[in-house]
Design a protein around this ligand. Structure first.
Ligand code: 8YV
Length: 328
């Protein structure tokens, strides 16, 4: 019997490709040039499955042109590159990679918060530029982390990981806002108190964004929200580009309406608003929050396990639209 055919749409670890090749006929984009929509459709012809990344958009028009496709396994926990309703309607299973990246991403969120509030990259640029010729009492003095108020917008698994780090590791007071309130036991575990979005914005010394992107969360932080924040506050976005209005943020940073921002994700990435490059009080990283070697390996393996589980036995590990699995 011939093997099912899959496309690996972006480069991944060779050992994971070898695993997949034991089960499937594999076409792999190891050159890692992201496919245009037309290229993706062409490459998906005759494929039963695809291992995708955030840059691969699977929407109704792609699905309509790829009749044989049965599963797209995203190597990411976020799946705003998937039009999930259209996938369900087309009978195409969607999977993501939850849990395996939670702690690593929470670590990074905290690292970005520390770098931003304590002005680590800004001071390193100063030093590398040969500008450090004497100590001074206020040189690169930033905001306090320990004992301050940590605000979290979006309290899923990663948000909870950040809350625990703040509360238990740094003695921070943690407040959060989420679509739904956590149950009392989880709130106690995270030592986190539920507040309205407005109170979160007004009260947080450091605000970390960890909510999923959807049309409803588009520009959840714009000029109005930034104006509610403390002028001494820091803002950290490890969620998705588009949740923050980057133009409004650049302006707020330029005008000192908030103290600093740490951004791992951008509207229209990998391009970014050039105004962000012109303000010194922002730490910029290229969407690397989950990028530890073991975690990226775990993500790739979970995506592979979803392809193998579904195409071999009809049993994916982490389905997003299990309606596709329901018996007809
Ligand atoms: C991915 C992420 O690396 O998991 C997510 O949602 O944002 C990152 O961990 C990125 O989406 C690439 O697919």
């Amino acid at each position: 019997m011939s093997k099912p055919k899959i496309l690996i749409a972006r480069a991944i670890f060779p050992e994971v490709i070898e695993r997949l090749a034991q089960h499937f006929e594999v076409e792999s984009n190891q050159l890692d040039e992201p496919f245009s929509r037309e290229e993706l459709v062409a490459k998906l012809q005759g494929k039963d499955g695809a291992l995708t990344a955030g840059s691969d958009r699977i929407d109704a028009s792609v699905l309509a042109a790829c009749a044989q496709l049965k599963i797209c396994a995203n190597m990411a926990v976020g799946y705003n590159n998937f039009e999930l309703d259209a996938m369900t309607a087309a009978g195409v299973l969607a999977t993501n990679t939850p849990d395996v990246l939670t702690e690593t991403t929470a670590d990074f969120g905290f690292a970005l918060l520390m770098a931003t509030a304590r002005r680590i990259t800004e001071s390193e640029h100063f030093l590398r530029a040969g500008k450090w010729n004497r100590w001074s009492y206020d040189m690169f003095s930033g905001a306090e982390i320990h004992g301050s108020t940590l605000g979290i917008l979006g309290m899923g698994r990663i948000g909870q990981g950040i809350a625990k780090r703040g509360a238990h590791g740094f003695g921070m007071k943690v407040i959060y806002h989420n679509r739904s309130r956590l149950d009392a036991a989880l709130e106690a575990e995270c030592k986190a108190g539920y507040v309205s979005k407005e109170e979160l914005l007004r009260t947080a010394d450091h605000l970390v964004l960890v909510l999923p992107y959807s049309p409803a969360s588009h520009h959840a932080i714009g000029a109005v929200e930034l104006a509610l924040m403390k002028p001494t506050a820091t803002l950290v976005n490890i969620a998705r580009g588009g949740i923050v209005d980057d133009a409004a943020l650049a302006q707020a940073l330029r005008e000192g309406r908030i103290a600093a921002a740490g951004l791992d994700v951008f509207e229209g990435e990998p391009q970014l608003n050039p105004d962000l490059l012109r303000v010194p009080n922002v730490v910029l990283t290229p969407h690397i929050a989950s990028a530890s070697v073991p975690t990226r390996m775990a993500m790739a393996n979970l995506a592979a396990d979803n392809l193998i589980g579904y195409l071999k036995d009809g049993k994916p590990l982490t389905p997003l639209n299990p309606a596709v699995l329901a018996p007809q």
